[in-house]
Design a protein. Structure first.
Lengths: 537, 195
């Protein structure tokens, strides 16, 4: 069947057709559409495939390992920084190995279109000693996803499938194959590998290291790693993932004169690289992300200067690739004619008109003259825009959940008062543990949970916090008299300022839940949430 | 045959609908398509772009190289200028004449339009007015697509069919309104001046 799909959707269809029994994920740009596609898929509904969002990437990865333990194939999806959260589970499942095929889609965001860093997930694959796959186009994304499950089951290992924003969010036509059936439920006969007490873990680590030669051999013969001959050996090009397209783009209707090693499967195939290295004068390494292969090939003391890439300065050290950067590296002419006229102003993203975060920031801002500037710690979500004009309310934004422990740490240092602003979904993702620390020490901080009943920034997915925030805060030990719900509306401004002021000056932990649904949610979506709140109450 | 199109505007103006129609229409004509778009945080009232590439041969890059765009279609005139480095020497500019002023330092509109007029191949269309005349400012994107349609390697028939396909799930009336907007834009463009 032919489908016009995003790179992310090609992955989702590939995983469905590979016979998954579940997908586990936490929303995060540029990964979100993979899970959404599966949630809407007819096949997933027919087969009753598990598709609910998880509380965070770690619980997603652990649940996936559980499903794999039970013999079924399972997909895990997250953005690159999500793997930091899931890394404890991820690193250790490389040691334990898997039963049913387990593939992690990690969507990297070079150039940080929607992220706080551009970390390269291939490092994690190498760190954990597991295979990595990196498709170059939508069709390959589909094919390689199916292949990833075979690879996972062949070596009993989790497999990382690395995506990047440009492929995740670019549409093209793919040709699909027939969907295969799901695995049967089958608990492993021998399961000591899942008991990672030191005695078994040592054995498992030895087994993992011993698999490396086989993984390398598989890369050497992989159809996803192609050596393309060229007549001009002054340059030999190594491309990973979508970098291949940017080379080919520059030779439009004619063949590329240089030999190219197009890589999509790791560990990097030694023999193929050696062949290129020995037959070419210079080696140009084109990687979307960090200079991982380049660093490996490059001579540390620069005696041999044959390898060019991001470390040599041939390619910019940061940011994503594009056809023009590659053209320059190949010494080709640049056809750019026009510049952006000086009159063009920046147009940064902004909070929606009517958004509850706006009213919350206005209330907090009216207190800043008296409490002092730079006392507000922020978190990851739409409300991160509160760090920009016109609000300038938030002073920090580091990682999911950091607002509460950072406010506490600053308070421990003597800063008073301190405010942590965190969204409902970010709070259940990574905020609850930090709050427990602050409760146990009765830290004089004010936590404001800006609860819009959705994972709004990624498109309004269901929030695990829905209907549970009060019970969670009470259960953790927030005193009832300092657990207050407000409605951040313009008409409540004065009242809300008073409530926040009172809690700010209280010398102990308080939590204010600023509750108003995301303005982007449609009426049926809001109604669905109201029902769920009642059900959970 | 290969055509590279940049779609530009502000989050929420309906760029992705234009992109989806171009994709669907190109497929109908058995052409290759690649179309990249921006999701996530940048959607919220910020500058957004989509690269649409249509060809009778396989397409490699998801991004259009700078200096290689045949056409920029913008729902907002300053956003058009932002993507000028993508335009090839004799490329076409098609834009709505109306500014979207959600920033304090929006430049003088006359200077913006004059900058556009320094390029010989341009169409400045009052798409918003036409859309409002039709009763819904949201269909300005279809007016603009209509105005640009003579520059596309796609027949009106396949475009109209694609519009129908995309909007029918929202109701017969919505599909009809969008088709009307497209035809109105096509008409406007024949007069080829800002209205």
């Amino acid at each position: 069947m032919k489908l016009l799909v995003l790179g992310n959707e090609a992955i989702a269809q590939g995983a469905l057709d590979a016979g998954i029994s579940g997908v586990y994920a936490y929303p995060g740009t540029p990964s979100t559409e993979i899970t959404q596609y599966i949630q809407k898929s007819k096949l997933a509904q027919e087969r009753a495939i598990h598709t609910e969002w998880s509380t965070n990437e770690k619980t997603a990865t652990e649940a996936a390992l559980g499903m794999s333990y039970a013999g079924k194939r399972v997909l895990v999806c997250m953005k690159h920084v999500g793997l930091n959260v899931a890394s404890d589970a991820f690193m250790n499942m490389a040691i334990s190995g898997v039963n049913g095929g387990l593939v992690l889609i990690i969507a990297d965001d070079p150039s940080m279109h929607s992220s706080q860093n551009e970390q390269d997930s291939r490092f994690y694959g190498k760190f954990a000693l597991v295979p990595i796959l990196e498709p170059s186009n939508q069709q390959e994304a589909y094919d390689i996803t199916r292949f990833a499950f075979d690879l996972s089951e062949q070596y009993d290992l989790p497999v990382i499938l690395r995506m990047v924003t440009r492929l995740s969010h670019s549409r093209s036509v793919i040709e699909t194959k027939e969907a295969r059936i799901e695995n049967k439920l089958s608990v492993p006969d021998y399961a000591n590998n899942f008991k990672l007490i030191p005695a078994y873990a040592r054995d498992q680590y030895i087994r993992l290291v011993a698999k490396q030669d086989d993984l390398l051999a598989a890369s050497e013969i992989s159809n996803f790693n192609q050596y393309l001959e060229g007549e001009n050996h002054s340059i030999g090009i190594i491309t990973t993932g979508i970098a291949f397209n940017y080379v080919m783009e520059n030779f439009e209707d004619k063949a590329c004169p240089y030999p190219i090693l197009k890589l999509s499967q790791y560990p990097v195939p030694k023999q193929k690289i050696k062949k290129l290295y020995q037959s070419c004068d210079t080696i140009l390494v084109l990687e979307e992300g960090y200079p991982i292969i380049e660093e490996r090939l490059k001579d540390y003391f620069d005696i041999d200067t044959k390898v060019k890439g991001r470390l040599s300065g041939t390619i910019p050290r940061t940011g994503e690739l594009n056809p023009n950067i590659v053209a320059k590296a190949l010494g080709l002419s640049d056809d750019t004619t026009f510049k952006v006229p000086n009159i063009v102003a920046d147009r940064p993203p902004e909070l929606c008109v009517g958004c509850a975060h706006r009213d919350l920031f206005d209330s907090i801002n009216s207190l800043i003259p008296e409490i002092g500037d730079k006392h507000v710690f922020g978190d990851i979500g739409c409300y991160a825009l509160g760090s920009l004009p016109p609000f300038n309310t938030i002073n920090t934004l580091i990682d999911m959940g950091a607002s509460i422990p950072m406010a506490k740490g600053a308070s421990d240092a003597g800063l008073f008062p301190t405010i942590a602003i965190i969204g409902d979904s970010t709070f259940t993702h990574s905020g609850m543990t930090g709050l427990l620390d602050a409760i146990n020490e009765n830290s004089p901080i004010t936590v404001i949970i800006s609860d819009n009943s959705a994972v709004a920034m990624t498109g309004g997915q269901d929030s695990q916090a829905l209907g549970r925030l009060i019970a969670i805060c009470k259960g953790l030990g927030v005193p009832e008299e300092h657990l207050i719900v407000i409605n951040p509306l313009f008409k409540n401004h004065e009242l809300n300022v008073e409530i926040i002021r009172k809690e700010l000056y209280y010398k102990g932990i308080s939590v204010i839940i600023a509750q108003r649904a995301c303005v982007r949610l449609s009426k049926p979506e809001k109604d669905k949430r109201k029902e769920l709140v009642l059900k959970r109450a | 045959m290969k055509i590279n199109i940049i779609l530009a505007g502000v989050g929420g103006q309906g760029i992705l609908s234009i992109a989806a129609i171009l994709d669907t229409a190109a497929l109908q004509q058995n052409l290759y398509v690649k179309q990249s778009e921006i999701h996530g945080m940048s959607q919220r009232g910020g500058a957004v772009e989509s690269h649409v590439r249509i060809s009778d041969q396989a397409i490699f890059s998801d991004l259009i190289p700078s200096g290689k765009a045949d056409l920029i279609i913008a729902l907002e005139p300053m956003e058009l200028l932002r993507y000028l480095p993508f335009l090839k020497q004799d490329g076409w500019l098609v834009t709505d004449a109306n500014p979207f002023e959600n920033i304090e330092n929006y430049p003088d509109l006359k200077s913006v339009l004059n900058e556009i007029k320094t390029h010989r191949n341009h169409k400045i269309i009052n798409a918003l007015k036409s859309a409002k005349d039709l009763g819904n400012s949201k269909v300005a994107n279809m007016v603009l697509l209509g105005a640009a349609s003579s520059l596309l390697p796609l027949s009106d028939e396949v475009i109209l069919k694609a519009i129908q396909t995309l909007f029918i799930s929202k109701g017969e009336h919505v599909a009809e309104l969008n088709i009307e907007a497209f035809l109105k834009g096509k008409n406007l463009s024949q007069t080829n001046k800002a209205l």
